[in-house]
Write a protein that binds this ligand. Structure first.
Ligand code: C5P
Length: 286
């Protein structure tokens, strides 16, 4: 029986993000297109049926140790809920910055659920577990290249995107997601107007849903909110808009992306942006 598994956990970018309401459970409903990219973390899990406990070893970009890590928490939840027998040794190599708005932690969690289901052969509804772990985990569990995501993050419709190249840049701000949503609750009174539609990537990028062109707004409500409070975000936005119209803030930031159809254009952009930001990474759609 298989006792070792290696899995890649991809990052996502948000092609637009609209916060559409505050739910009774305190979470926000939103509408966004999530698209996975080739930036990824690597996870290896070893199951030893004669042992117990969970050991986690981390490398790459620093991430929380053991019990504090979403990978550890997810593994613990899975083993408890399924009553699976055995000890786990997990290696996590982090390449996705956090907090980044790139879904790194959520993607790690989804990968752990998928891997543990294969290793233990336990039959459990992973989507139910995923929702308990985090709002973005169900998307990664779907293992689609891209999806229109709504509700709290659990309503998923796959969408067909053409291949794209992108350059990710990390502005210097550190904005944890709960803080971004808290600020949204405090200040949304100012934002009575919906963001203007600045461009439609459907025309430039050919986004398809159910056989029809699908209009994509790259606007992100968080940018409107956070840009005026975090100067590095506003500066990054300004810098990127000089380069292309196809740029956006991913999630609640602080990572931005620029999109290109060709690798050459993306390489040019990477050259232009390197040195201006603490982290610049060129990758492409999965
Ligand atoms: O679900 P996740 O752990 O990613 O959420 C982190 C925090 O972000 C939540 O505690 C909540 O405050 C906020 N959130 C929200 N609405 C969402 C997703 C997250 O309010 N759809």
């Amino acid at each position: 029986m298989m006792n070792r598994i290696f899995i890649e956990a991809p990052a996502k970018i948000n092609l637009g993000l609209q916060i559409t309401g505050l739910r009774a459970d305190g979470f926000h409903s939103l509408e966004s297109i999530f698209a996975t990219v080739t930036l990824a973390d690597q996870i290896e899990i070893l199951l030893n049926r004669n042992e117990s406990g969970i050991a986690l070893e981390c490398s790459g970009i620093p991430s929380p140790a053991a019990e504090g890590n979403i990978v550890w928490k997810t593994a613990k939840l899975f083993m408890e809920e399924t009553s699976a027998v055995g000890g786990l040794t997990i290696s996590l190599h982090k390449n996705i910055p956090s907090p980044g708005g790139l879904g790194g932690g959520s993607s790690n969690a989804a990968s752990v659920l998928l891997a543990l289901q294969k290793l233990t052969n336990c039959n459990i509804d992973l989507f139910k577990l995923a929702e308990r772990i985090g709002s973005d985990v169900p998307f990664f569990l779907l293992q689609e290249r891209a999806a229109i995501v709504s509700g709290r993050g659990e309503l998923l419709r796959s969408v067909s995107l053409p291949d794209f190249h992108c350059v990710l840049v990390h502005s210097e701000e550190n904005i944890p997601t709960p803080m971004a949503f808290k600020l949204w609750d405090e200040f949304q009174g100012d934002l009575t107007e919906a963001c203007p539609i600045s461009n439609y990537t459907a025309l430039k990028f050919g986004v398809w849903h159910e056989g029809k062109p699908f209009p994509v707004r790259l606007d992100n409500h968080f940018l409107t909110l956070l840009g005026s409070r975090f100067p590095a975000l506003a500066q990054t936005a300004e810098e990127l808009s000089l380069l292309t119209v196809n740029w956006g803030l991913s999630g609640s930031g602080p990572t931005f992306y620029t999109l290109f159809r060709s690798e050459e254009e993306a390489k040019e952009a990477e050259k232009h942006l390197a040195g201006k930001f603490p982290w610049v990474f060129r990758c492409q759609s999965r």
